[in-house]
Design a protein around this ligand. Structure first.
Ligand code: NAD
Length: 357
């Protein structure tokens, strides 16, 4: 396959005639994961085109995945016009998300984009405006929301804890990526904590963030240029406090990628280590110094729920078909991004910062 825009056979990849045709932008590590995701779900979408700025990268990725009939190239505007996709999947680096998304929406094409939504709040607001102008869906794939265990934890919190007042998340992983992350400012907050902040909103019933005090820092041994560690204290709606402690240069005894969580409410506590099922204890009644507690039976974890980016793809395609509002729709997802940028500002100024959408 060459890396120039060639005419594609319309029914090339994917077997469902009704499946919408996607133009994938970005053929890096995550772009290839998206290529596999689309290939693996022909009932949801078919890959019609693939573009990457690097000469030959999209064609090489399509060959690697044994995709045939996919138009590849380096010029996004040209492929958008040539392929005329039903939607764009944007898996470029964060700094490119704005331009790719705005161009696609201006051409009347809905966008499913990778997190983080944008590299600045101003860019994110412009992307929302572009979605409103075009009347087309822009959804951010906040893939860690699509997890049956996280959903079970959310349900346990809502069903058992009463009024929630405290939510904690710990994230400790020593990740040696190489590539753009090694050079990026605020790498933990912008590239990873966005997931955890978004999960916190989800766990609290999509509660709005109010303010944050944060310190970000780079331990002496860090192999990252930007700050790879942070501690943040958020005030959320209804006075709930959400505390995040994280590091991407923490070697040994790793937490899970989902964080290690604790939620405390008026009626008890729920914990989830991000691996197995959540555990819950609720108050049975007074018992002197400490209340008598009850171990709540572990709920059945939901089975056959498409997880990660397969969940995002399903949610997005379903929204295209039905007009439903998916998780990660830009007007909602910007609230998670705002938590990140307010945390970064707090770390810079040393002040508690209000979170403005
Ligand atoms: N959801 C997750 O769990 C998860 C995991 C990894 C990465 N990501 C996200 O996916 C995105 C990509 O990450 P990655 O690890 O694949 O990065 P990467 O650097 O490996 O790949 C990015 C690719 O985009 C291409 N590119 C950049 N600007 C472009 C443009 N304007 N037009 C076309 N191509 C362009 C680059 O040439 C590169 O090949 C990031 O936003 C990242 O945060 C999400």
């Amino acid at each position: 396959m060459s890396d120039t825009a060639e005419t594609s056979s319309p029914a090339a990849v994917g077997s469902s005639p009704a499946a919408p045709r996607a133009l994938l932008v970005g053929a890096g590590g995550m772009g290839k994961t998206w290529g596999k995701n689309v290939k693996g779900h022909p009932e949801l979408a078919m890959l019609a085109g693939w573009v990457d700025l690097r000469d030959g990268a999209a064609a090489a990725a399509a060959d690697e995945l044994e995709l045939t009939g996919v138009v590849t190239g380096t010029d996004f505007a040209k492929l958008l016009a040539d392929v005329r996709p039903d939607f764009v999947i944007d898996v470029t680096i964060p700094e490119a998300h704005h331009d790719v998304t705005v161009a696609a929406l201006a051409a009347g094409v809905p966008v499913l984009g990778e997190k983080p939504m944008a590299h600045t709040m101003e860019a994110a607001r412009e992307m929302i405006a572009a979605s409103e102008r075009s009347g087309k869906l822009y959804m951010v794939s906040q893939s860690r929301r699509y997890d049956g265990r996280l959903r079970a934890f959310r349900e346990q919190i809502a069903a058992n804890l009463g009024a929630v007042g405290i939510l904690n998340a710990d994230f400790y992983i020593g990740a040696h990526f190489g590539g753009f992350r090694d050079e990026m400012d605020s790498v933990l907050l912008l590239d990873m904590a966005i997931h955890s902040f978004d999960q916190a909103r989800y766990l609290l019933g999509d509660a709005d963030p109010v303010s944050v005090y944060c310190e970000e820092f780079n331990p002496s041994w860090s192999w990252y240029k930007g700050d790879a560690s942070a501690t943040a204290l958020f005030e959320m709606a209804n006075g709930v406090r959400f505390t995040y402690r994280g590091s991407w240069c923490a070697e040994g005894l790793s937490s899970s990628w989902e964080c290690d969580w604790r939620a405390v409410g008026s009626n008890g506590t729920a914990k989830w280590d991000g691996n197995g099922a959540p555990v819950v204890q609720t108050v049975l009644g007074p018992n002197g110094f400490m209340s008598k507690m009850n171990d709540v039976a572990t709920a059945e974890l939901p089975q056959n729920v498409p997880g990660g980016i397969a969940g995002s793809l399903l949610d997005f395609v379903n929204a295209l078909k039905t007009g439903a509002t998916p998780m990660g729709e830009c007007h909602d997802n910007i609230k998670s991004l705002a938590m990140v940028f307010a945390a970064i500002e707090s770390a810079k100024t040393g002040q508690r910062v209000p979170i403005v959408i």
